[in-house]
Design a protein around this ligand. Structure first.
Ligand code: NAD
Length: 377
């Protein structure tokens, strides 16, 4: 069967859905891999490296001939329409926003798998692209902060004087937040964090951070390890209790998210104005509305404070900023899902498997993911 690897079309997207390593993995399953010319160039994977791994290079993918198409960003409606009936797609599909594409996939009887829908169970961890890419984002958030922060992160005791360590506060201690805590710790910062899931306290400590317990007196655990949205009175109380911690930090990194919802507002402009000049705020949730009031995705906004400004950064396309390793992890997630559905060179999804069924978005002309089907109705 023919598996196509597309060159990503979205401006700023530098990742690719297969690497030479995963081409080898797919070839060993008996699949023929066709890589669109230059698909891996921005991630550091040359056409020659793909060829050496066993792929064919095509100037342009003949979409109508493919049995499987793997991708990073959601496909365009035009690409979806060009696929043949029965073809399989695997990639990030943004089920809540990319409705025209999903509708085209369903009406073309394409079987689409959305990596966002992979169930969060132990067996599916090797296919969990949200986690692998959140790890990259959490690391990158700290690097972006370091580049803008006018002081050191580590403690330095020198003959010319002592420099205290930076105080980093991380709000939202999921996969990205924990990685941000670990990265900031490794750079020598003093790190604290808050999350509304009770389980996160031990995870923060295991990464070397101090957990800030706000005593919100509410159970915020949702399903699948995710958080539940706080009611507005609790959300306000959380902001009030966080304000002094934010004022005392030099670098604030926010990563809070609720699946299928806009990002919760954790930090108002007044709270940012409580920070000292030179401080940096990195909002990883900027693309989904932001955790920080006034944040603009893809932009740095100077917030005036006494004696200078605080830099508010709306981080965008964070995994794309480290395209080689982000692709390496992402491509493994894709190949592992494809391997789960392949036997003797044939891709044939077994829907009695909860991972396969859970990740399926469209099948046999129908949108099988209920919330997306409802959004389209
Ligand atoms: P996410 O990206 O949906 O959210 C990021 C974090 O924001 C979460 O920890 C959430 O609790 C937190 N948050 C939401 N509202 C908040 C608020 N008002 N204030 C502070 N924090 C808030 O989540 P994620 O990082 O993808 O995953 C969350 C958890 O899911 C992980 O820490 C892990 O325990 C679990 N998980 C399990 C698996 C698995 O078993 N395969 C895989 C990945 C994650």
């Amino acid at each position: 069967m023919r598996v196509g690897v597309t060159r990503e079309l979205r401006a700023g997207e530098r990742r690719v859905a297969a690497t030479p390593e995963t081409v080898q993995q797919l070839a060993s399953l008996g699949l023929d891999v066709i890589v669109e010319k230059g698909a891996g160039v921005e991630s550091g994977y040359s056409d020659a490296a793909y060829q050496e791994a066993g792929a064919t290079i095509a100037a342009k993918l003949a979409l109508g001939t493919l049995d499987v198409l793997v991708h990073v960003r959601p496909l365009s409606p035009a690409t979806a329409k060009a696929l043949k009936k029965g073809a399989v797609t695997i990639g990030l599909a943004s089920p809540s926003t990319e409705l025209p594409t999903i509708s085209a996939l369903a009406s073309g009887k394409v079987t689409a798998f959305a990596l966002e829908l992979i169930p969060r169970i132990s067996r599916a961890q090797s296919m969990d692209a949200l986690s692998s890419q959140a790890l990259v984002s959490g690391y990158r958030a700290v690097i972006e902060a370091v580049m803008r922060y006018p002081r050191f992160f580590p403690l330095y005791m020198t003959a010319a004087g002592t420099i205290p360590p930076a105080k980093v506060l991380v709000l939202g201690a999921g996969v990205a937040g924990l990685q941000a805590i670990g990265t900031a710790k490794r750079l020598g910062a003093r790190v604290s964090a808050n999350d509304i899931r009770a389980a996160s306290a031990d995870e923060v400590r295991s990464m070397g951070g101090t957990f800030i317990n706000l005593d919100l007196d509410t159970a915020a655990e949702g399903t699948g390890g995710y958080a539940k949205e706080l009611a507005e009175d609790r959300a306000k109380r959380q902001r009030d209790l966080l304000a002094p911690h934010i004022a005392a930090s030099d670098v604030l990194i926010t990563t809070a998210a609720i699946p299928g919802r806009a990002a919760p507002l954790l930090v108002t402009t007044d709270m940012v104005k409580g920070m000292r000049a030179g401080s940096v705020v990195i909002d990883l949730a900027a693309e989904s509305g932001g955790n920080v009031e006034g944040v603009v995705a893809g932009k740095d906004t100077p917030v005036p404070v006494a004696g200078g400004t605080v830099t508010l950064v709306g981080l965008q396309d964070a995994p794309s900023a480290i395209p080689s390793d982000a692709s390496r992890l992402y491509a493994k997630n894709v190949a592992n899902l494809l391997a789960l559905m392949t036997a003797e060179g044939t891709v044939s999804p077994d829907y009695s498997d909860e991972v396969v069924a859970g990740a399926c978005l469209t099948r046999d002309g129908t949108v099988v993911h209920e919330p997306t089907a409802q959004a389209l109705a």
